[in-house]
Design a protein around this ligand. Structure first.
Ligand SMILES: Nc1ncnc2c1ncn2[C@@H]1O[C@H](COP(=O)(O)OP(=O)(O)OP(=O)(O)O)[C@@H](O)[C@H]1O
Length: 203
């Protein structure tokens, strides 16, 4: 991941219409390598909607999302490869064990399962099927995917919901290493995240 200081992720004059209601309009920001942006705002303000746009899953009503100056819709497959999008849904395979879930994603994304298990202290749960995990444990398993293989863009929708304080702290080194390698992170949250020097965008 290059770290040349120029913006790598840019939202340019984004607008979102849902039905005939404007969720947001005229929204612009640019993030340089290593930067973090926290999205805050009331329920329904559009945080998840904006994350879906940044992920390329929802086309903007107006404006564009740019990666290194190129509209992400020009090459959706390349954008999908360069990002991890953690939505409200944990996207786990309930019948597979914790290890098997990570192996499944490692086959798609690369990376090693052992360090990802360790990053979120999941080793004691490694052989349990995902369906028996508590909601916080499921979230930790979803978060462990971030520790598999490096990609430059993390989009996190309320990543710590239901996660205990010790595991929230485990995210600190993951987030710091991602940013130190030139990655950017955009996170929607109602609660503080272990992120230093994050910028704020209140929707
Ligand atoms: N598929 C949809 N069709 C129509 N309206 C939608 C759709 N999805 C979301 N909305 C509306 O868009 C607005 C923004 O929703 P969004 O989920 O982005 O908010 P949020 O800021 O993430 O909220 P929360 O803090 O509750 O997670 C809401 O008014 C919601 O009702």
């Amino acid at each position: 991941m290059a770290d040349d200081g120029a913006a790598i992720l840019e939202a340019r004059d984004l607008a979102c219409l849902r039905g005939d209601r404007a969720v947001f309009a005229g929204l612009s920001f640019a993030l340089a390598p290593g930067e973090a942006l926290l999205l805050t705002g009331a329920n329904g303000a559009g945080k998840s909607t904006l994350l879906r746009m940044l992920a390329g899953l929802l086309p903007p009503t107006e404006g564009a999302v740019l990666w290194r100056g190129n509209d992400i819709s020009d090459d959706a497959a390349a954008h999908a490869r360069r990002m991890r999008y953690l939505s409200h849904q944990d996207a786990l395979k309930p019948a597979l064990t914790v290890t098997e879930n990570l192996e499944f994603f490692a086959r798609l994304q690369g990376g090693a399962v052992g360090p990802a298990l360790a990053a979120l202290a999941l080793a004691p749960l490694a052989d349990l099927p995902a369906r028996v995990l508590s909601s916080g444990q499921k979230r930790r398993l979803a978060l462990a995917r971030l520790a598999l293989a490096p990609v430059p863009l993390w989009l996190l929708d309320e990543p710590t919901t239901g996660v205990d304080a010790a595991s929230v702290e485990r995210l600190r080194p993951l987030l710091a290493a991602h940013r130190a390698a030139g990655g950017v992170v955009v996170a929607a949250t109602h609660i503080p995240l272990p992120l230093d020097d994050a910028r704020d965008l209140r929707l």
